[in-house]
Design a protein around this ligand. Structure first.
Ligand code: SF4
Length: 209
């Protein structure tokens, strides 16, 4: 995948706070819409903890509307920012907690599930945790015949047990899965002919010639 797509240098963001916001907004949304929403917040010089807490809800709605579920996302974002401010004063202090504490605290926030939590842990806190998303499940299922409905934690453990524990690798590998899923391993009709994994993929190998 890396030979095909090149090093992805993921997650594209100027600050850890931008990663946090992007990880929340990208739920059920295209990355393009997240980029535009973040661009609007940046234009308003409002991509920081205090600005999100103090921003009128209607203004936040208009910035993130394109990402869908915007009312819910705005409420979650504001509440998460408020609790970080009240409990830790800054995002960086929260991100410096050890892995278990950081995971427990992130997962206790409404609007942060496993994938969002691990995206923040890997890309903002630089913790060695592999992010599992729908692309990862689909590709692992097609290539290796793993049940696509496998539990998040089980697939994460399986991947982590079979990859060298390496932060740069984890960051890039997840990004490679995203590229493969977006461009080739599509949900309904995978484009196996052009896929860089077609020689090793069980799904493709089983297809009639
Ligand atoms: S060969 Fe086809 S099914 Fe296998 S990973 Fe590539 S696109 Fe998906």
């Amino acid at each position: 995948m890396k030979n095909h797509f090149g090093f992805r240098n993921w997650w594209p963001a100027d600050t850890n706070f931008e990663i946090l916001v992007g990880a929340i907004l990208t739920q059920q949304a295209s990355w393009k819409s997240v980029e535009r929403a973040i661009g609007k917040l940046k234009e308003m010089n409002s991509l920081d903890l205090d600005s999100i807490i103090n921003m009128p809800k209607e203004r936040l709605h208009s910035c993130i509307k394109e990402t869908g579920y915007f009312r819910q996302k705005a409420d979650n974002l504001k509440n998460i920012c408020k609790s970080i401010k009240e409990d830790y004063k800054s995002l960086e202090i929260l991100l410096a907690l050890d892995d278990d504490d950081l995971r427990r605290i992130l997962l206790s926030k409404k609007g942060i599930g496993n994938e969002t939590c691990d995206s923040i842990m890997l890309y903002a806190a630089n913790k060695e945790v592999f992010v599992i998303d729908a692309y990862t499940k689909r590709i692992m299922s097609r290539v290796f015949g793993i049940d696509e409905n496998i539990e998040y934690g089980k697939l994460q453990m399986l991947i982590q047990a079979n990859l060298p524990k390496n932060l740069v690798l984890y960051k890039d590998f997840h990004a490679q899965f995203v590229e493969l899923g977006k461009n080739y391993c599509k949900k309904s009709i995978p484009l196996c002919n052009k896929c860089p994994l077609n020689k090793i993929c069980g799904y493709n190998i089983k297809q009639p010639a």
